[in-house]
Design a protein around this ligand. Structure first.
Ligand SMILES: C[S@@+](CC[C@H](N)C(=O)[O-])C[C@H]1O[C@@H](n2cnc3c(N)ncnc32)[C@H](O)[C@@H]1O
Length: 395
């Protein structure tokens, strides 16, 4: 039974599907993280459903794609996420610092750090699996310098360090592995042995500078935003203060955020198990339904009248059957006051999923975007970045 109007994302004129591969500011690439939506999708909705100076929110901001895109387009981007590494990355994007500030920090660090004084044997075997002793001593020294510093500069460096901590290239600090998620140490130990891999000796401050130079290549957003680390069921925002929400909640049956980031969480001084217990995670439809109801009620509360809310969800496989999360959430959204305007169906290329360890048949193959309205939102005609110019054909 299809109750809702459904359109394909490719049928929307100038939708994000028409942006080129890798579209978006270099700042988006400070650190990868699983489960994110593309910058072009965020750009499209920001341009169409909000105006300059208005507040745009993602209550599950992950790596902060939506709030950054909002700030780049002169809106006030707010990103909230309960995961510490997501908060650090989101904050780095909405409150970035300049290359000069990072260079100064690196010069000061060279004068005061003492990596040789660190005993790497005090670090867990799991962490040591990824790094040479030479590199790990430097990581420990940087970690200590940043640990109790809550400035935007220290936060930006933490995010950039998370971005180079593990991965396959010469600026990554680890043995070659995935950059999108922290791999299992058990798997890595077998992989290293089987392939005879060597843990590289890196000059960490050089790698850090190289990363920051790349990330800031396209400049900084003109508007600063806000990052918070709260439960999405209790947002620290006033009633009716937000013009647009674009978000993607934790996927039913697919929540691995804490484990996917265990090494970054270690670097930031957290235990992934403690973080896992805080984040929403359940395979029960009933618990997921109640969680979504509380979250949607909160989103409805903070939205202004005549505003839109876009919720990106997938079709998830549970016990051999596909669960259409959009159809599951739509009636809940209606129960808290939203009107379901339409469902936008969006296929995701496997290369974008970063879920290499999930079997093809168990992953998310199709995403659907629920377009929810509070009142009657009006679309803007502000052009999106990749829009084709209309050619006037003489009569
Ligand atoms: C699908 S991801 C969001 C991805 C994001 N849109 C992006 O582009 O990176 C869902 C997020 O929900 C966060 N999360 C889980 N439980 C939460 C809660 N109770 N409150 C706030 N955030 C939560 C997870 O840390 C995860 O980042």
């Amino acid at each position: 039974m299809v109750r809702y109007v459904t359109v394909l994302s490719t049928e929307i004129p100038d939708s994000w599907k028409y942006a080129g591969d890798g579209w978006g500011s270099s700042l988006h690439r400070i650190c990868s993280r699983t489960g994110s939506f593309p910058p072009a999708l965020a750009h499209y909705f920001v341009k169409r459903y909000s105006r300059r100076g208005e507040v745009v929110l993602d209550p599950f901001s992950g790596k902060g794609t939506l709030p950054l895109e909002a700030c780049l387009n002169e809106r006030i981007g707010i990103g909230n996420d309960l995961a510490p590494e997501a908060y650090v990355i989101t904050r780095a994007k909405v409150n970035p610092v300049t290359l000069e500030e990072v260079k100064e920090w690196i010069s000061r660090t060279k004068e005061r750090w003492r990596p040789e004084s660190y005993d790497v044997d005090e670090v867990s075997d799991d962490v040591r699996t990824f790094f040479s002793k030479y590199t790990l001593r430097q990581i420990l020294a940087i970690r200590d310098l940043l640990m109790d510093d809550d400035s935007d500069l220290a936060n930006f460096i933490k995010a950039a360090m998370c971005g180079i901590l593990h991965g396959p290239t010469r600026i990554h600090l680890s043995v070659p592995c995935s950059h999108a998620f922290s791999m299992s140490p058990k798997y890595m130990r077998r992989f290293i042995k089987k392939n005879g891999l060597r843990k590289p000796k890196r000059e960490v401050l050089k790698c850090l500078l190289s990363k920051v130079e790349r990330v800031l290549r396209n400049g900084l957003p003109r508007v600063r935003g806000v990052a918070t680390m709260k439960d999405a069921r209790r947002l620290p925002l006033e009633d009716g203060s937000v013009r647009l929400i674009v978000t993607s909640p934790p996927y039913f049956n697919m929540q691995t955020y804490a484990w996917d980031n265990w090494l970054r969480l270690w670097f930031l001084g957290y235990d992934y198990l403690e973080v896992k217990n805080k984040l929403f995670q359940s395979e029960s439809r009933q618990k997921f339904g109640s969680f979504m109801q509380e979250c949607l009620k909160e989103m409805y509360r903070v939205l202004k009248d005549d505003s839109a809310c876009f919720v990106v969800v997938g079709d998830v496989k549970l016990n051999g059957y596909y669960v259409n999360m959009a159809e599951m959430i739509a009636p809940i959204a209606e129960s808290v006051g939203f009107t379901v305007a339409r469902l936008i169906s969006d296929s995701i290329p496997r290369s974008n999923k970063h879920l290499m360890y999930i079997k093809e048949e168990d992953g998310v193959s199709r995403e659907r975007i629920l377009e929810l309205h509070k009142g009657n939102p009006v679309q803007n005609d502000e052009p999106v970045a990749w829009a084709r110019a209309t050619v006037e054909v003489p009569a």
